[in-house]
Design a protein around this ligand. Structure first.
Ligand code: PEP
Length: 252
């Protein structure tokens, strides 16, 4: 079964309001591929203005995180239903900047994931190993744990709304990209693990994005790998021409 390429732009804590709108409009205006799924993830305060600027465009909008609870005394947090009300289709969960920077655990991410899916969001669920873990030949063990614990309690049906982003932590924002062989091997491992957890149909259908210094000059080779179904792009998603070039690199 052919899987549709999915390119996502994580704007992190960058852009001002007007800049975010301009960036979204420029991406929309330059989009030449109706066969590629595209989503952008602006900072929370710009979600509604970006969604409004994109209007009826096929480009979806998502939040960069959410809380597991629907509401409550959780200062600074945003719930899945709030993201939906801000016209979000997606949420990113488990980004390494939250796993390692903010110490989010597999158990917490599993709660967030179940809650976001139950609310009706689609989730990009990030996993990936640290450099020390790769050097100690622990990449597969780390991915195995992050998937077993992170996806615990989900059904194969719920997995229809989950995209996995494999993001080796040492490649995020560093300019060091995984080789196509390293990335493909990790993606094949992830797909096989999804098969063990949810069955072969779910494994064949699940989209697995690569993330970590994806740029216009390395996107085509990565996206040509059999188990790489898209990219989660940080830095290069802040420049419309670079993000569009990555979208254009998707195999036809
Ligand atoms: C990311 O933020 O998920 C990411 C992969 O960043 P970059 O493309 O800048 O490495």
């Amino acid at each position: 079964m052919a899987r549709k390429t999915f390119i996502a732009g994580n704007w992190k804590m960058y852009t001002g309001s007007a800049e975010a709108v301009k960036l979204a409009e420029a991406i929309d205006a330059g989009m030449m591929r109706t066969d590629v799924r595209v989503a952008v993830f602006p900072p929370f305060p710009w979600l509604t203005v970006v969604a409004e600027a994109l209007g009826q465009s096929d480009i979806a909008v998502g939040g960069q995180d959410c809380h597991a609870e629907k509401e409550g005394a959780f200062t600074g947090s945003v719930s899945p239903t709030m993201l939906l009300a801000a016209d979000c289709t997606y949420v990113i969960l488990g980004h390494s900047e939250r796993r390692h920077g903010l110490h989010e655990t597999d158990a917490l991410l599993n709660e967030k994931l179940k809650s976001a899916l139950a609310a009706g969001l689609q989730v990009i669920f990030c996993i990936g190993e640290l450099l020390a873990e790769r050097e100690a030949n622990r990449t597969e063990a780390v991915l195995d744990t992050q998937l077993s614990a992170g996806l615990a309690g989900l059904t194969a049906e719920r997995m229809n709304n989950v995209t996995i982003a494999y993001e080796p932590v040492w490649a995020i924002g560093t300019g060091k990209v995984a080789t196509t062989e390293q990335a493909q091997a990790a993606h094949a491992f992830v797909r096989a693990k999804i098969g063990k957890l949810f069955g072969e149909i779910a494994a064949a259908a699940v989209l697995i994005q690569y993330g970590g210094s994806v740029k216009p000059d390395n996107a085509a080779a990565l996206l040509a790998q059999p188990d790489i179904d898209g990219a989660l792009v940080g830095g290069a998603s802040l420049k419309a021409d670079q993000f569009l070039a990555i979208i254009a690199a998707a195999p036809r």
